[in-house]
Design a protein around this ligand. Structure first.
Ligand code: RUB
Length: 310
């Protein structure tokens, strides 16, 4: 799909979920490179910047999209000619998509080991990375039962319960307001991530922090499943994560309530690291405090030299 259509599909959420939007962004840049009609390298680089900006303007919170776009365009500045630049974007994008898909497989294997026979797991929204371990544990023959939240207002929980049911997992749908009450029946919480900050905070679907608080209060384990391309390099340098606010029409019809009532529809929230037992990544199970070291390793020392930040 081309860049404009991909950006529109991400914005209207026909493509959603941090991993999927990152792969869609990479695929759109590959399509852009493959179909480039110009004939000079300078023009390609300029148009590529425009394509990146279009994609990044679609949704603000998931850093996975930014990391996918950066990974797909790495090295273009050093390309000798147009052909090399085009080939580079296509190869980078394909490598990113492949690594992203494999990462979910590794997270599934690692996460499944944290699920014991007979465990009851709660999950929120719809996350491929969080469902992977549950489905893998079930595939391994462990008896696992799941409580999945509805996830207002988009009701991504319905996608989750369909996927779990299709995989044969014993699944119960609950409304979001039932989280604290149901937590006493639960052993572990598994959720995904849109962004993980350098100090290990988790930015994920609105309501995630309520699950974390309820799990903490009930002394239940809380796991975040996140590929490392959901780690935000910008947060290392002090930037805040932008929490997306979406249209009030997603919450309630305007004519259903008095016109004087305002509607606030933030779609992500932040869970402090102290409520997270571990982050399950493709590099292994880590503490929230280890995120900083992994990001520094991935960025390289150059980024931290005074004036070195691009
Ligand atoms: C989706 C959401 C998911 C993460 C991780 O929000 O919060 O938990 O994106 O998903 P939305 P995955 O529906 O608003 O995009 O593990 O699939 O990347």
């Amino acid at each position: 799909m081309d860049v404009d259509r991909t950006a529109a599909a991400i914005a209207d959420m026909s493509i959603r979920g941090a991993g999927r939007i990152a792969r869609a962004g990479a695929a759109a840049l590959s399509h852009f490179a493959d179909n480039y009609k110009g004939n000079d390298l300078g023009g390609f680089r300029r148009d590529l910047e425009g394509a990146k900006a279009t994609l990044l303007g679609s949704r603000p919170t998931a850093v996975s999209l930014w990391n996918g776009v950066q990974a797909s365009t790495k090295g273009v500045g050093g390309a000798k000619d147009l052909g090399e630049a085009i080939a580079l974007v296509k190869a980078n994008a394909a490598a990113f998509i492949d690594a992203s898909e494999k990462a979910v497989g590794v997270i599934s294997e690692i996460g499944a080991k944290r699920i014991c026979d007979g465990d009851v797991v709660m999950t929120h929204c719809n996350s491929a990375a969080a469902l992977g371990p549950i489905i893998e544990a079930h595939r391994q023959g462990k008896a696992v039962r799941v409580y999945a939240t509805e996830t207002r207002p988009w009701r991504q929980g319905l996608i989750t319960v369909r996927q779990l049911a299709e995989a044969g997992v014993d699944t119960t749908l609950i409304v979001d307001t039932a989280v604290r009450s149901v937590m006493k029946r639960v052993d572990k919480v598994f959720v995904g991530a849109d962004t993980v900050t350098s100090h290990g905070a988790l930015v994920n679907k609105i309501g995630t922090s309520q699950l974390a608080l309820a799990a903490h209060e009930a002394r239940k384990q809380f796991y975040c499943c996140a590929e490392t391309y959901k780690f935000s390099p910008m947060t290392l340098f002090g930037d805040m994560v932008t929490i997306e606010e979406r249209d009030h029409g997603e919450v309630v019809g305007r004519d259903e309530i008095p016109s004087s009532v305002k509607i606030f529809n933030p779609v992500f929230d932040s869970t402090p690291p102290r409520y997270i037992d571990a982050i399950i990544t493709e590099l292994g199970m880590i503490s929230p405090g280890s995120v900083y070291g992994i990001m520094v390793g991935q960025l390289g020392e150059e980024a931290f030299k005074v004036g070195g930040r691009k």
